[in-house]
Design a protein around this ligand. Sequence first.
Ligand SMILES: Nc1ncnc2c1ncn2[C@@H]1O[C@H](COP(=O)(O)OP(=O)(O)OP(=O)(O)O)[C@@H](O)[C@H]1O
Ligand SMILES: [Mg+2]
Length: 458
Amino acid sequence: MSEQIRILVIDDDEPGRQVMELLLKKAGYAALSAGDGAGGIALVKEGRADLVLVDLFLPDRSGIEILREIRQVAPELEVVVITGHASAETAVQAMKEGAFDYITKPVNFEELKIVIAKAREKQRLTLENVYLRKQLQARFEFKNIIGNSPAMQRVFERMQRIAKTDSTVMILGESGTGKELVARALHYNGRRKSHPFVAVNCGAIPETLLESELFGHAKGAFTGAVRDKVGKFEAANHGTIFLDEIGTMPMQLQSKLLRVLQEQEVERVGGTKTIKLDVRVISATNADLEEQVRLGSFREDLYYRLNVIPVNLPPLRERREDLLPLVSHFMEKFCRLMGRPVMTIGKSALDALERYRWPGNVRELENLVERLTALTEHDLIAVDDLPGEMVEALQPQQGICLELSPDGIDLPGALEELERKLIVKALQMSGNVKARAAILLGLNRTTLVEKMKRLGIS
Ligand SMILES: Nc1ncnc2c1ncn2[C@@H]1O[C@H](COP(=O)(O)OP(=O)(O)OP(=O)(O)O)[C@@H](O)[C@H]1O
Ligand SMILES: [Mg+2]
């Protein structure tokens, strides 16, 4: 299967344009076309093309003007101009204006394919350069943690300062933002690195077992305690204990944990001797602990003891600059693991990812890249390779936008606008047959007609 590069042909000569479109499709490209400059620019603005072929002589404006406009609205798009023999001078001008290349009519299709391949290679290198430049800008680095966005750079700066200390750290962030990764980096960049890093997922261990998991137990302490057991705190001695999902810890255990942290010693369940501890504590949560404190489900004193230095990991949707570096990082990783040549991502596919909301944050992105690496045969990821829900994000007018600007919104106005757009969409989808559109919208026909009248939809 060939790469699905979307090539836009802008040419007023209809038969010529159709032949070109057909040839391109046969060669495995996704072709689309426009008969004049305005139509072509509109498609470019909608982000529908990866590459443009434009005829230099068009009825509404010259190819040069179109070229300039494309350079303005989509500077990363490469434009190839097609010209008659007589217009070599104009072709030279087109090159000066930033066209990638020009070919003369009649078009030799093999030559055109080579030019297209070269243009794509240039786009790929440009993307890589952007990535490398961003990498160089990164002042602080932790191995395997990618993040050049200002938000992540602030996180790294803070990590750099606290890794060397013994301070108690609380990592806050949505699911999949890298809390455990950061906890490990703090440990392995600090002076305790040759001692154990012990992670306990407080949410995954049944309440009845958690106490003996954390603190250990003596033989015979309870039914089933057939031998002495070393708890996680003891196991982490001289190293770091990572208390993940701390918000799920039951109240009764919270008091015991607080005592262990204050006394810096632990007693196994049913045991008699106390064991001195030297353990660094890092906890993490995706819950709102302050709220839990207010509601009385989390001890305030424990909260303050754990939250000495907070580290906030921003959700991926608030640091879109990190998307390309993360995608490249994961692609490299999975391609290496799966023994295939390194893949790249096309501009429009990257645009789609940048508009997606990423509820599962970096973990969701990592899983997506793994899936793409395993299932995609070609080496350039295009929009068509992405799951539907991500591509839909490309057409925000069809989805429901839940972003709320800090300035607030006019809710009734926004709802009316949404209603209007959905009705227009339903009418388009049903060939303007109102009865069918009404079914699509779950309305009866009369209600639909009333709404159309009110909203001024003809
Ligand atoms: N900045 C990053 N750079 C590289 N990989 C990352 C980054 N952030 C997260 N990851 C990767 O994403 C995955 C999820 O990260 P991690 O398990 O640390 O998240 P988490 O915040 O602990 O999630 P949860 O709340 O669901 O436990 C891991 O495979 C991790 O390696
Ligand atoms: Mg985690």
